[in-house]
Design a protein around this ligand. Structure first.
Ligand SMILES: Nc1ncnc2c1ncn2[C@@H]1O[C@H](COP(=O)(O)OP(=O)(O)OP(=O)(O)O)[C@@H](O)[C@H]1O
Length: 524
């Protein structure tokens, strides 16, 4: 039997197809899948391109890559043409995709109205009108289903054809295998072994598979869906802001604002104003009411960076927001109510600050409802360093429109044995500099690292002690390369700090701080 009719007689359920010829346009779509997946490219961008190409080839208006979350028995949209919402989840067995994942059969729906498999809630949620739909299962090499590939609304026709079904099945076969080599598949597999850990969370921009990082992922998965206040601790540059964003986008507030306040970048006198805003006439020059970051973030998340720099008087006001979600603007008496989640970060020892009377004890306990201590890079082991380095080589090459160079074995060895006092940020800058300076593969000498790493031991899985030698090649110290690069970028954007910060992908305040260190005056 080739197909079976359902309910309204409009859905065709197909048995798995035997090996079939591959239409040439399909090979076009998949031309670069294998090679792209093999490299550490931005997974989000890659999956989106994949879904774009599939939709074009299938002459469909939209495409969706659904993946299976075994912990919740749900499918979630991992990459899709879904401008209306950030993600959709359906129960296994629910709707066409849910049925395909459960039954392992392809389903072709020429006319969704009246079709019992069709889950109209999604159209209601997005406002999109599905007129035809085709969905096929996504299997790994062992034949286990781990997702669904779906296309919507055949262009210029009322329905997807038999040939379309064959084509999408071939595509799904290749995509299914290709995705198996990504961290995404590893995540799904891990969730299968640990059914309590839901997946579908957006960790793909965070690189790292070390046990230290994995335990942080688990914490984020638990804390993100709640409204719990989170305190992120860790050395500078180890990814606190990145994780703060992961907490936000993995929680129910993901479509609401994520507002950052950097307490270190503001003079103490301005922090209160920045957080809580001010009323008209609060001080000379305050000629109208200005809302603060808490109001700007209403319904979303406020990320308070460098919490240890928060002046004592403002600490009391923050405590009240944590307890009662209310405050008064500077110079005001009217109480403002806000609905925000608070995530804070610090590289200071807050407990010590409490004992020194510099940080309020009650605030300390209120803020560390969930505490995450991010490991310094040197403790994450050589494999994570290599993963990150490869990722940064690829992204830097893309950013500067250069051929992606290779990391030589000697370069890798040096990266793995260096101590990384500036953590991932330092590695990122170091690799970027080497990518820009090298021709061809990244030879060891292109890495702006001191030849003598005066730091202590190599990372856990790093193999050798750093060689102690002089600096025969007269290499520049990292700080000098960074300074040189920053000034070059600044020059190229004619001194525009906002533009320079954008090119450098650092905050404007960070740039201002660095320029100040180089002896430049603050901007007027
Ligand atoms: N695990 C990671 N994977 C990929 N990129 C990372 C990772 N950790 C950090 N980065 C990158 O390193 C840089 C520094 O990270 P981030 O700003 O989150 O650190 P931080 O701990 O908040 O630093 P600071 O304490 O100085 O504010 C960023 O460009 C970030 O994207």
């Amino acid at each position: 039997m080739l197909y079976e009719c359902y309910g309204g007689g409009t859905a065709f359920v197909l048995p798995p197809l035997p090996t079939m010829p591959q239409p040439s346009d399909v090979s076009q779509v998949l031309l670069s899948v294998g090679s792209l997946v093999g490299r550490e490219v931005d997974l989000d961008a890659f999956l989106q391109t994949l879904v774009d190409r599939i939709a074009i080839t299938m002459q469909a208006d939209r495409g969706t890559l659904w993946l299976l979350d075994p912990a919740r028995g749900e499918l979630f949209s991992r990459a899709a043409h879904l401008p209306e919402v950030s993600q959709i989840r359906v129960k296994l067995g629910q709707g066409v995709a849910g049925h395909v994942a459960q039954a392992g059969e392809s389903v072709n729906v020429p006319e969704p109205r009246g079709e019992r498999l069709f889950f109209a809630d999604i159209d209601r949620m997005t406002g999109y009108r599905t007129t035809s739909l085709l969905a096929v299962p996504l299997r790994d090499t062992e034949g286990a289903i781990y997702g669904v590939l779906q296309v919507l609304n055949k262009r210029g026709a009322e329905r997807f054809t038999e040939e379309d079904i064959e084509r999408l099945t071939v595509i799904a076969g290749q995509v299914g295998t290709a995705l198996q080599s990504t961290s995404l598949y590893q995540e799904l597999k891990r969730a299968k072994d640990q059914p309590q850990a839901p997946v579908g969370y957006f960790f793909n921009r965070i690189i790292g598979e070390s046990p230290q990082l994995k335990s942080i992922y688990r914490l984020v998965q638990k804390a993100a869906p709640t409204d719990a206040t989170v305190l992120l601790r860790g050395e500078s540059g180890c990814g606190k802001e990145l994780f703060a964003r992961a907490i936000h986008v993995n929680g129910p507030r993901r479509d609401k604002p994520f507002v950052k306040v950097d307490c270190a970048a503001l003079p103490a006198t301005l922090i209160e104003n920045e957080l809580f805003g001010h009323e008209k006439g609060a001080y000379t020059g305050a000629d109208h009411r200005v809302p603060g970051k808490f109001e700007a973030a209403d319904s979303g998340t406020v990320f308070i960076d460098e919490l240890g720099e928060l002046p004592l008087p403002v600490q009391g006001k923050l405590l009240r927001v944590l307890q009662d979600r209310e405050f008064e603007r500077v110079g005001g008496t009217q109480t403002v109510k806000v609905d925000v989640r608070i995530v804070a970060a610090t590289n200071r020892d807050l407990m010590k600050m409490v004992s020194e009377g510099k940080f309020r004890e009650d605030l300390y306990y209120r803020i560390k409802v969930v505490e995450m201590v991010l490991p310094p890079l040197r403790e994450r082991g050589g494999e994570d360093i290599e993963r990150l380095a490869r990722h940064f080589v690829a992204t830097a090459a893309k950013r500067h429109r250069l051929e992606t160079p290779r990391l030589s074995a000697a370069a890798l060895e040096r990266l793995k044995t260096y101590r990384w006092p500036g953590n991932v940020r330092e590695l990122e800058n170091c690799v970027e500099s080497a990518v820009v300076l090298c021709e061809g593969e990244i030879l060891e000498e292109h890495l702006p690292l001191p030849t003598v790493d005066r730091g202590a031991p190599a990372p856990a899985t790093g193999s050798t002690e750093p060689t102690v030698s002089a600096n025969p090649a007269g290499l520049l110290p990292l700080a000098e390369v960074e300074r040189h690069h920053i000034l070059r970028v600044l020059e190229s954007v004619k001194g525009n700090r906002t533009a320079a910060a954008k090119v450098l992908e650092i905050g404007r305040n960070t740039l201002a701080r660095k320029l100040k260190e180089y002896g430049f005056a603050d901007e007027a």
